[in-house]
Design a protein around this ligand. Sequence first.
Ligand code: PAF
Length: 278
Amino acid sequence: MKIFRTPGEMRRWSFEQRARGKSVGLVPTMGALHAGHRALVEASAARDDFTVVSIFVNPAQFAPHEDFDKYPRAFEGDCRLIEEAGAHAIYAPDAATMYPEGYATYIEVKGLQDGLCGKTRPHFFRGVATVVTKLFNAVQPDRAYFGLKDGQQAVIIQRMTKDLDLGVEIVTIPTVREADGLAMSSRNAYLSREERERGLSLSRALFHGQALMEAGERDAARIVEEARAMMTDMKVDYVELVDAANLQPVDRVDGPVMLTMAAFVGNTRLIDNIKFKG
Ligand code: PAF
């Protein structure tokens, strides 16, 4: 397994592969990998000649009061999972390489970044868009793979990639869940047994909303209200039914929508969503 630490060495390797006519897939991560990440790596390994997994806990997407310092870090275990899942290289720069002194350039995806998670975490998508662009520049992938659990992130990255002509195909992969429905997330590691139990209300609320829509309910306010009522024992951040493409709230379900939510269980903020074709 090759491990690259700087954009220069990463780019040289990638150019070599692409010059030989080989395709390169990138799975961007912040490490502490789980079965959801494994699914992304396997999807790339099945499609691309070479798969690179980036591991970088990106300080630019955390506010000072958030969990950057305690975000789980598990480099050795991550390397094992990455190798088993069929990847060929890891790109793991450090913060000083990514954001050297004097760093001043950030990317914003106006409109899409402001609602949903952007309301509570106004810094977040600017940090994500910036780091993903930097990762694309270093790895020069043909394709990049993102999980749909971060539904807003996936829409923002698709928009940014198109707007900036980055020439990377964005592939999205369905959320991987535990057997009881909890969406896989590196932050689940923060949950005590009791908090994890409470966290299940999130996916139950989503599945209830989905069942309502499948049964023909089209009134957005009713769907949101019923889903929210199921989110007990947690501090709800938001529950919204939005257009799946532009993330704007809808009144009625008459096209592809995303039922999306975030809530705090103890100090841990969990997010989840499902898409419905409409
Ligand atoms: O989804 C994540 O893990 C992160 O937001 C990403 C895309 C790796 C950027 O840091």
